[in-house]
Design a binder for this molecule. Structure first.
Ligand code: ADP
Ligand code: ADP
Length: 228
C-alpha cells in the first residue's frame, strides 16, 4: 500500500528532513508515527499524498509512483488518501454539511449521491444532528469529527492523521481514537502521527519512530518510547 525506499528530502532552504527513510505499510494496517519535533514525521506523511516530492528515492502509494507521477494524476491519488490535521482546517463560512459535501462536489458526484454519502458519513462520526451548524458553533472534538468525515467521504484507501488529538482534551481524544479505530476496522489503512504517550501505550498498534529523518524503531504493538 505504501512503500518508500531510500527516501531523502531536502527543502529549498537546505534543511534535510528525510535522510534515507525505508518504510513498508500494508493495506489495513494502523500505524502510529512517533518521534521528536522536527524529526521528519510531517514530511513523511506529505510524501504519501504528494504534498511534497522526495529529493531522491522511491515513493510508491497504492499503485502509483508519486516521485515520477504526472501532475494531472495527483487528484486521482488525493481521492484515495484522506488527510486530517491537528487544527481541523474547516472552511469557516460553510456548514458542517457543506464542508463535507465540498469534497464530493469538486469531483462532480450527482446531487442525490452527494446527499446520501454526506449524511452517511456524518452518521458515522455521530454528527448528523449538527449538519446545519458552522464550525464556530461546534466543540473542538466535533470540529475534528467533521474533518474526519470530510477525509473519508470519498472512501479513501489510506487515512493520514497528523496529530489529530493535539488540540483536544483527553476525553475528546479517546472519542476521536475510537472513530479512527472504526474506520480502520472497515479496511482503511490509518497512519497517525502523534505525541500522545497515553494513546500509543493504551491502544497498542504498530509504532514507527522517526528521528533525524530515518526510521529508528518499527514494532508491531509497540510503545511510545519517549518521556514527553
Ligand atoms: P515533524 O513533523 O517530525 O516535526 P517535519 O517533517 O515537520 O518534522 O520537519 C522536519 C524538518 O524539516 C524540520 O527541521 C523542519 O523545520 C523542516 N521543514 C519542514 N517543512 C519545511 C519546509 N516547507 N521548508 C523548509 N523546511 C521545512
Ligand atoms: P434526517 O433524515 O436524520 O432528519 P436529513 O437528511 O433530513 O436527516 O438531514 C439532517 C440534517 O442535515 C438537517 O438539519 C438537514 O437540514 C441537513 N441537511 C440535509 N441536506 C442538506 C443540504 N443539502 N444542505 C444543508 N443542510 C442539509
Amino acid at each position: 500500500m505504501i512503500d518508500m525506499q531510500g527516501v531523502y528530502k531536502t527543502y529549498p532552504n537546505g534543511v534535510t528532513a528525510l535522510n534515507g527513510l525505508d518504510v513498508k505499510i500494508d493495506q489495513g494496517e494502523f500505524v502510529y508515527v512517533v518521534g521528536p519535533s522536527g524529526a521528519g514525521k510531517s514530511t513523511f506523511t506529505k510524501l504519501i499524498y504528494r504534498e511534497e516530492k522526495p529529493t531522491k528515492g522511491s515513493v510508491r502509494v497504492i499503485d502509483m509512483d508519486t516521485s515520477t507521477m504526472k501532475e494531472r494524476k495527483v487528484p486521482k491519488l488525493r481521492r484515495q488518501v484522506g488527510v486530517v490535521y491537528q487544527d481541523f482546517r474547516l472552511l469557516p463560512t460553510l456548514t458542517v454539511y457543506e464542508n463535507v459535501a465540498f469534497a464530493l462536489e469538486v469531483i462532480e458526484e450527482n446531487p442525490s449521491n452527494i446527499r446520501r454519502r454526506v449524511m452517511d458519513v456524518l452518521d458515522q462520526v455521530r454528527l448528523k444532528n449538527k449538519a446545519r451548524f458552522i464550525p464556530d458553533e461546534l466543540s473542538g472534538g466535533e470540529q475534528q469529527r467533521v474533518s474526519i468525515a470530510r477525509a473519508i467521504v470519498n472512501h479513501p484507501k489510506i487515512l493520514i492523521a497528523d496529530e489529530p488529538t493535539g488540540n483536544l482534551d483527553p476525553d475528546t481524544s479517546w472519542e476521536i481514537m475510537h472513530i479512527l479505530e472504526e474506520i480502520n476496522a472497515g479496511g482503511t489503512t490509518v497512519l497517525m502521527a502523534t505525541h500522545s504517550q497515553e494513546i500509543v501505550n493504551t491502544i497498542r498498534r504498530r509504532v514507527i519512530a522517526i528521528e533525524d529523518g530515518m526510521v529508528v524503531r518499527d514494532e508491531s504493538k509497540g510503545e511510545y518510547g519517549y518521556e514527553y
